[in-house]
Write a new protein. Structure first.
Length: 200
């Protein structure tokens, strides 16, 4: 751990510029912007007084730093999923930075950028269980029963949609008939039509 706890002003303003871009151009909702800011706060604290374009000078990698980082006062470690999302966000930050601040960021070390990942073994050691996924054949077998009622038909269709599309249960159960375009095999998840998506 480094002695200095000062956050570099230049990094802070770059983070704000990135968030402004996410709001204006990517049109992120307030919930998404709040999560992005939480990820950037970890990154600002990690960098301290070192420029974002020079972080290969820091001995500890950002993924290792996140193993014990918190900025909400809680004592437990960040979940592996949160760490992975944080790393993905920082990768997005650098994609943006190279495009919109090329003089400052074009020489960022590609070797350092390669450290912005969490290995599968670390995810599992940190408590993320291996997941079993249903194949197409297994899904077909699950749906291979003769419906005796309209409810059975609905349930069979719901099972098929859930396993083949990976939609959230809340989204599937809040779909409207007009959300499904059978002719083009397309489902529209529009919050404006009452579909309960992750971020509304």
């Amino acid at each position: 751990m480094r002695i200095s706890q000062l956050i570099l002003r230049e990094n802070y303003f770059d983070a704000l510029d990135y968030l402004s871009y996410q709001k204006r151009v990517e049109q992120c909702c307030e919930g998404s912007l709040s999560r992005k800011w939480a990820y950037l706060r970890h990154f600002l604290e990690y960098a301290c007084d070192v420029q974002f374009s020079n972080l290969d000078k820091i001995d500890v990698t950002f993924p290792n730093y996140l193993e014990s980082a918190r900025n909400d006062g809680k004592s437990q470690r960040l979940s592996p999923v949160t760490i992975r999302r944080n790393l993905l966000e920082i990768r997005e930050f650098y994609k943006w930075a190279v495009l919109y601040k090329p003089k400052k960021y074009k020489k960022v070390s590609s070797t350092w950028l390669d450290t912005l990942k969490i290995s599968k073994s670390r995810m599992n050691r940190a408590g993320l269980p291996d997941r079993d996924y249903f194949s197409l054949d297994e899904t077909i077998k699950l749906c291979d029963f003769k419906p005796l009622s309209l409810i059975d038909q609905r349930d069979r269709a719901t099972i098929a949609i859930l396993y083949l599309s990976a939609m959230r249960i809340s989204a599937v159960t809040s779909l409207r008939v007009k959300s499904i375009d059978i002719e083009n095999m397309t489902i529209f998840q529009r919050p404006s039509e009452g579909v309960h998506t992750k971020n509304g």
